[in-house]
Design a protein around this ligand. Structure first.
Ligand SMILES: Cc1cc2nc3c(=O)[nH]c(=O)nc-3n(C[C@H](O)[C@H](O)[C@H](O)COP(=O)(O)OP(=O)(O)OC[C@H]3O[C@@H](n4cnc5c(N)ncnc54)[C@H](O)[C@@H]3O)c2cc1C
Length: 432
C-alpha cells in the first residue's frame, strides 16, 4: 500500500494550489489523487476565464471569496508575467438596465471599497458615458472597473502543478477515490482500480464531488447539492469586436448564484456570450439533458434528496430554471437575453458553441443556496465544499488561508522546511 502524509482528492485549481503551499512549507509525502489524465480538466479550465475584482461580492455573505480575489490579483499577475501566461486587461462594465438595478450598482460601489478596492478602480457611469465608451451597449448606468482581466486558469493550474512537483508532490492521475475508511491514525482511500492509499491527512478538493466525499467522513450530512451546466456561444471573428469591454449585468434573480449571460472578451481575442445555468444530473454531464424541462425536474427530484427537492419546488426558482433551460435549447433565446444590452447582436453572428462548464452549488437545510465556501474538518481530514465563482480568481490566496486553518486545527503537526518558491506564504497571510 502506498503511504502518504497528506492526500489531496482533486487536482483542480484548488487542490493543486493547496498541494503547492504544503509542499513549499514542509518536506512531506504528498499526493494529489485526480481521476482525469491531467490537472484542471473540469471547472478550473471550463470557466469564463475572468480574473474578477470583488466589487460585486457582498462583504458580509461572501467575505472569504472577496478577500481571496482581492489578494490573488497581484499573485496571478506576477506569475503571468514570469511564465508568459495570457493576461489581457479587458476591463469590465457592470450594467444596470433600470433604476432598481442602479440601486444594486450603488451597493456595489460601497462593497468594492469595503472589499479593499481603491476609489480609482471603480467609476459609476451614466448611460451617455457608457455609450461614449461602447457605442453598441445600451443601459441605464454602469460601473466601469479597469482591474478585470481575461486569462487561462488551466494554464495557471498546470504551472502551479509543475512547482508543486518540483517540491516533491506526486500527482496520481487516472485514479478515482471511490471509498474512504477512517482508521485511528490514518485514512485508507480505495481507488476505482481497487488499489489502496493510506494517508495521515486527507484534504477534500473534489469540486462537484466534494459533498459526496465529505459525507464519506460523516460530515455535511445536512446539505444537498445540485449541478448546473453553463453554456457559451462564440462570436464569429468579424463580430468579436462589436464590444471591446467585458460586459456583465446586475443579476435579475438576486438570491441565486447565477449571473445572467454576459459578453466576454477572452484572452485569445475571441468573444463569447454565456453562461446560462441548466440543471443536469451529474458533475460530468457536459452534453445532453434528461428530456424536457418538466421531465428533467421530476428526474432530478428522483436523483437528489432532502433540501434540493425543496428548492426544486420553489416557484421563483422554477421560473429562473425555465428561462435558463430555454436559453440552452435555443440559441435565439440566449441571444435575446444579451440583446437587452447589446441590441445589435444577432443569432447568426454565433455559429459555434464554446466550452461548457459545471457548477455545483450547495443547498442548505432550509432549501437555500449557501453563498460562501463551506469548510469542515475532523481529526484526520479537511473539506472544502461549494468553492464556486470567483473561485479560480481567488485560488492562490484562498489555498494559503486553507493551509493556515489546517495548521491551526493541528492537522499539519510536522517540522517545517520552507522552500524558495513563486509566492510567499507569510506575505499572503499578512494581507488578510
Ligand atoms: C461556467 C463557469 C464559469 C466560471 N467562471 C469563472 C470566472 O470567470 N472566474 C473565476 O474566478 N471563477 C469562475 N468559475 C469558478 C471556478 O472555475 C471554480 O470556482 C474553480 O475552478 C473550482 O476549482 P476546484 O479545484 O474546486 O474544482 P474543479 O476544477 O472541478 O476540480 C475538482 C477536481 O476533482 C476531481 N475529482 C472529483 N472527484 C474525485 C474523486 N472522487 N477522485 C479523484 N478526483 C476527483 C475532478 O476530476 C476535478 O479535476 C466558473 C465556474 C464555472 C463552472
Amino acid at each position: 500500500m502506498n503511504k502518504f502524509d497528506v492526500a489531496i482528492i482533486g487536482g483542480g485549481i484548488l487542490g493543486t494550489s493547496i498541494s503547492y503551499w504544503i509542499s513549499a512549507l514542509y518536506d512531506l509525502k504528498i499526493c494529489v489523487i485526480e481521476k482525469e489524465s491531467d490537472v484542471a480538466m473540469h471547472a478550473s479550465s471550463r470557466n469564463t476565464g475572468v480574473v474578477h475584482s470583488p466589487f460585486y461580492l457582498n462583504p458580509t455573505t461572501k467575505k472569504i471569496l472577496a478577500k481571496s480575489a482581492l489578494i490573488s490579483y497581484d499573485m496571478w499577475e506576477n506569475l503571468a508575467m514570469k511564465r508568459s501566461i495570457p493576461w489581457k486587461k479587458t476591463g469590465v462594465l457592470e450594467l444596470a438596465l433600470d433604476e432598481d438595478q442602479h440601486k444594486s450598482l450603488e451597493d456595489y460601489m460601497k462593497w468594492g471599497i469595503e472589499n479593499g478596492l481603491s476609489e480609482q478602480d471603480l467609476e459609476l457611469l451614466t448611460d451617455d458615458e457608457v455609450s461614449k465608451k461602447e457605442r453598441n451597449v445600451k443601459c441605464h448606468s454602469a460601473i466601469y472597473c479597469k482591474k478585470e482581466v481575461s486569462t487561462d486558469f488551466g494554464a495557471f493550474t498546470r504551472e502551479i502543478k509543475n512547482e508543486s512537483e518540483k517540491n516533491g508532490t506526486k500527482f496520481l492521475f487516472g485514479n478515482k477515490a471511490n471509498l474512504i475508511e477512517e482508521k485511528k491514525d490514518n485514512s485508507i482511500i480505495i481507488l476505482d482500480n481497487k488499489s489502496e492509499i493510506s494517508s495521515k491527512l486527507v484534504i477534500n478538493c473534489a469540486g462537484g464531488n466534494s459533498l459526496d466525499v465529505a459525507k464519506q467522513f460523516g460530515l455535511a450530512k445536512q446539505y444537498s447539492d445540485l449541478h448546473f451546466r453553463g453554456e457559451y456561444w462564440v462570436a464569429d471573428s468579424k463580430y468579436s469586436d462589436l464590444v471591446k469591454t467585458t460586459i456583465y449585468t446586475v443579476a435579475e434573480f438576486k438570491g441565486y448564484p447565477f449571473l445572467d449571460p454576459h459578453w466576454i472578451k477572452k484572452a485569445d481575442g475571441t468573444s463569447e456570450i454565456g453562461p446560462n445555468a441548466v440543471p443536469i444530473p451529474s458533475p460530468d454531464t457536459y452534453s445532453g439533458y434528461i428530456g424536457n424541462l418538466s421531465t428533467s425536474i421530476s428526474k432530478l427530484k428522483e436523483i437528489v434528496t432532502g433540501n434540493a427537492i425543496k428548492l426544486l419546488s420553489d416557484p421563483e426558482f422554477l421560473s429562473l430554471l425555465s428561462k435558463e433551460w430555454l436559453s440552452s435549447i435555443s440559441k435565439t433565446a440566449m441571444i435575446h437575453r444579451v440583446q437587452k444590452f447589446i441590441p445589435k447582436i444577432r443569432p447568426e453572428y454565433f455559429s459555434k458553441r464554446g466550452t461548457a462548464g459545471i457548477r455545483t452549488p450547495l443547498i442548505t437545510p432550509e432549501g437555500r443556496f449557501l453563498p460562501d465556501v463551506l469548510e469542515l474538518a475532523n481529526s484526520s481530514s479537511f473539506h472544502i465544499i461549494n468553492y464556486n465563482s470567483p473561485g479560480a480568481t481567488g485560488a492562490p490566496a484562498y489555498s494559503a488561508f486553507v493551509v493556515k486553518k489546517i495548521q491551526d486545527e493541528g492537522l499539519l503537526d510536522f517540522t517545517k522546511k520552507v522552500k524558495r518558491s513563486i509566492w510567499n506564504f507569510d506575505d499572503v497571510l499578512n494581507q488578510a
